[in-house]
Design a protein around this ligand. Sequence first.
Ligand code: PMT
Length: 414
Amino acid sequence: MSNGKKVLLIISGGISAYKSLELIRELKVRNIKVRCILTTAGSQFVTPLSVEALTGDKVYQDLFSLTETNEMGHIELSRDADLIVVAPATANIIAKMRAGIADDLATTALIATDKSVLIAPSMNVKMWEHASTQSNMMELQQRGINVIGPETGDMACGEYGVGRMSEPLSIAQKINEVLLENKGMLQNQIITKTKPMKLVGRKAIVTSGPTKEAIDPVRYLTNHSSGRQGYAIAKALSEQGAETILISGPTQLPSPSGVTVKHVNSALEMLAACKEFLPADIVICAAAVADWRIANPNINKIKKNGELPVLELIENPDILLQISQLTKNRPYLVIGFAAETQDLIKNAQAKLSKKGCDWIMANDVSPETGTFGSEKNTIHIISKDGVEAWPTLTKEIIGQKISIRIAEFLDGLS
Ligand code: PMT
């Protein structure tokens, strides 16, 4: 379908560079022409000779080596291609792309291009989760850079997590998609994603966002939750193959694809929706449910008549507690959050035992942390096994990490 298209493949210095050789073969099978830039670090992992043998073309390595008349300069190299692919894309080249650094042939070609760019990140899980890498990725995606992966799995360094470069076949399919998108040919095509899914056959319910408790038809009690953390968790669970139901208080967020979203307003509605969708294998209560509601909301707007209205509050049902205490069909895993402004760990540990859930995700929501509404969060996971601190991460990554943890936990049960 992308017959005769030209890809400029940049191989940077990561352990998965060997997979790029397989990628060249996959592209050639699709009749896509491949020209390669091999960075100095990349050449530590694959030899120029093997790249040349597979592409049937000269491999480009040096910014200043226009010695032969038929050799292409960096501008020509990047403009001649229909698409530039960076695979593997290391943390280093991603950071340079964000900053616009052009200190070798690869980065100079990237900054000189007027064509689409696709990157396939590949690095150690901690490097991937590092705040600077996450911020660089967000910025590149906002600029319209296409991204595939990274995937979750065992790493060459012996660790496990998110960071493995996608498989050559998946990258080749993605390249095909991007080339077709560039031609405006994808409108009616289904794009198949080939991610490993660890929660296929599992059902998950996630509560998210604030609740609104009516004072009268005009006014209400609520809080600062944006729903971002819960939405990110639902998205990650669904990406791992779980049938995912997101019960959302009022937010401005678009529904994550593949997720069934039930919109509610009040705590009572949220509880009723949870009951409607139970039983489930996993329940995650990320919603900031109002602890109290107005005992008797006024049917009409309360008038300002010189006297201060007296608002009587009553306690809302505790959704997390009720689900944790189910005796029939209790989910295998019930996860709550603790939103605290002081004594984070102590208060979260108390919530774990009071609510009877399996794990508590503790986060500080003091105004200076910016936890409410922002893209980032800092989590401590608390369970009967102890406390584990996570670094500050995007809510998206936290969602991915939680879903991996859940999959591992459920695997351990069988
Ligand atoms: O939405 P964002 O802007 O992305 O912000 C994310 C977040 C800070 C809202 C989220 O990470 C978070 O902490 N959610 C829980 C907020 C909260 O209400 O915490 P809590 O400590 O008051 O409640 C403890 C747990 O009980 C929570 O899992 C809560 O969902 C649950 N609960 C509380 C009261 C109630 N009536 N029913 C409940 O289920």
